[in-house]
Design a protein around this ligand. Structure first.
Ligand code: B12
Ligand code: SF4
Length: 472
């Protein structure tokens, strides 16, 4: 019986992102690896700083092995914690893995005993059992995802605070968007769990969490439409109807029958990377999607009562002040339910990063700011300050309270009219979810002004220092 204690840590990002306070969710990596080790008899805890709601005090936790996850946004915090834990507990083993550690392992070699590149399910037990002597260890892509254990969510401290339960049923994505790190870590081959296995996991987890909804984390959940048809059929046959959110591409709408089926089994929200409404920009990003695809998708999702969280990014070389304003107007006109306006962020390992680095257009590599909210590189047709200001303006426009109020009044008016005329055919359309979220988002976005301002000052400081260096 193994007698080692293991703590997984998911550090919070150092700079505020909407997700720190308002959408606290774990990554699946620690949950899978923790479950594997716990099933082997190890004593495992998973601590996520966002879910915990405060920073970990390294003096207050102890384990024989610390497993830390590093995304780019949390890389600095991960490194700081690793260094502190190693100094406080010199005999403990510190292991770092995750997306950023996989892309830039050398960022951590001075603070960790082992840095793991890629997926770690097949090697985690051997690492903990000290079967590896090398510092940088390569994981391998799991060929059969049905072999993954059923996730033990109870290992996650504060799991009761989750109001939506994450689940991931596939890895990899066949597309090749040049800003995306998914394909760098998980590959372009789409690996998936079978419909039967996903059904079993959903049924199991749903019972455990007593009716909470699910967030399907898959980067491209409907990449294999046959599988999703099969899963929906299983759910419909067993009358397992669950509130679901899923990340999908606009091309899901090429199969309206599938969208309809997904809505029938409970699909409430789709998270779609629209990125841009301009075909030249979409082409430059290698998104393999057009504005016409986006419009078709919006109409199709709404036809079946599915809310849309549209994710757009600004700052690609073709973007201008006008293209940003046009995007906000488009989102309003198309009645997208909620949006995220992000700033293109060149994550290490991506083609986008390599190109901007080579062109000497990166302002800095302070990873704290690599969270899709800041201009970390020199945009082509707009200044970085203006890019930030226009992104903020687009948000204010989309989430204006006046607009939400007008929508609310119009909804009340139509609902009353329908009730008076005994017309109940539109009943499903009177959904207040998106309005409620938009009003909440208005408050969040108003906090961005200070965050953006302080970043502009940070950039100005960098520019001044560079000028001073050149004149030295
Ligand atoms: C779910 C998700 C979210 C959730 C939850 C995020 C969270 N807790 O951080 C939400 C929606 C909140 C979110 C927000 C953001 N996200 Co996000 N998100 C994802 C998504 C889709 C799935 C994550 C996941 O569970 N993966 C599956 C598991 C199996 O992978 P894993 O956790 O990495 O673990 C495996 C390995 O990495 C390794 N491993 C991991 N940790 C460790 C530790 C040790 C010790 C070892 C040995 C191994 C190991 O082994 C694991 C098992 O094989 C990923 C894409 C992806 N496919 O990963 C993007 C992704 C992680 N997100 C990304 C980004 C950019 C963001 C945002 C900055 C931007 C945004 N979208 O607004 C914010 C920032 C959030 C923050 N933390 O501050 C990028 C990160 C890029 C990077 N270089 O860091 C990704 C990769 C998407 C992309 N297209 O590039 N995100
Ligand atoms: S479709 Fe999504 S997950 Fe796939 S490469 Fe493009 S951005 Fe990444």
């Amino acid at each position: 019986m193994p007698n080692k204690s293991i703590i997984f840590i998911e550090p919070a990002a150092n700079k505020t992102n909407v997700y720190d306070k308002y959408m606290r969710l774990p990554l699946m990596g620690s949950l899978y690896l923790g479950t594997i080790l716990s099933n082997r008899g190890y004593d495992v805890r998973i601590i996520n700083e966002n879910i915990l709601g405060k920073a970990i005090d390294p003096f207050e936790i102890y384990a024989d092995v610390f497993c830390i996850t590093a995304l780019t946004v949390s890389a600095n915090r991960a490194k700081l914690l690793a260094g502190q834990l190693k100094r406080i507990y010199p005999t403990a083993t510190v292991i770092i893995g995750g997306i950023h550690a996989s892309l830039l392992p050398e960022d951590f070699t001075d603070v960790a005993d082992h840095v793991v590149i890629g997926e770690a399910e097949e090697i985690i037990v051997d690492i903990v059992e000290e079967k590896f002597s090398e510092q940088i260890i390569h994981g391998s892509r799991l060929a059969d995802l049905d072999q993954l254990p059923m996730v033990n969510y109870n290992l996650l401290e504060g799991v009761d605070r989750l109001n939506i339960i994450p689940i991931m049923t596939s890895r990899g994505c066949p597309f090749d968007c040049n800003f995306c790190t998914v394909t760098k870590i998980f590959g372009r081959k789409f690996r998936m769990q079978s419909a039967q296995r996903v059904f079993a996991e959903i049924e199991n987890v749903y019972t455990h969490f007593n009716g909470k909804g699910f967030f399907l984390y898959d980067d491209n959940f409907s990449a294999n439409k046959n599988r999703v048809h099969e899963l929906c059929n299983l759910m419909l046959n067993k009358k397992l109807i669950i509130p679901l959110s899923a990340q999908v591409r606009a091309d899901l709408a090429n199969d309206p029958e599938l969208v309809n089926k997904m809505a029938q089994v409970g699909l409430k929200w789709v998270y779609v990377g629209f990125e841009s409404i301009h075909d030249t920009t979409l082409q430059a990003l290698h998104k393999s999607q057009t504005r016409a695809d986006i419009e078709r998708a919006i109409a199709c999702f709404h036809r079946y009562g599915v809310n849309i969280h549209g994710m757009f990014m600004f700052g690609e070389d073709h973007d201008t002040v006008e293209s940003i304003t046009q995007t906000a107007d488009f989102a309003i006109k198309q009645e997208i339910d909620t949006v995220q306006f992000m700033i293109l962020t060149p994550f290490p390992g991506t083609q986008c990063y390599d190109r901007l680095l080579q062109a000497k257009r990166l302002y800095h590599t302070n990873w704290d700011y690599y969270n899709a909210m800041f201009a970390v590189f020199q945009p082509k047709n707009i200044s970085p300050t203006r890019l930030i200001q226009e992104t903020y303006k687009a948000y204010r426009k989309f989430y204006s309270l006046r607009r939400s109020l007008v929508d609310l009044l119009s909804l009340l008016f139509h609902a009353t009219l329908d009730a008076l005329t005994w017309n109940f055919s539109n009943a499903g359309r009177y959904n207040l979810d998106h309005l409620y979220l938009r009003i909440g988002a208005n408050t969040i976005v108003s906090q961005y002004a200070d965050i953006y301002d302080s970043y502009v000052k940070y950039l100005t400081d960098i520019e001044r220092k560079t000028v001073l260096k050149q004149t030295d």
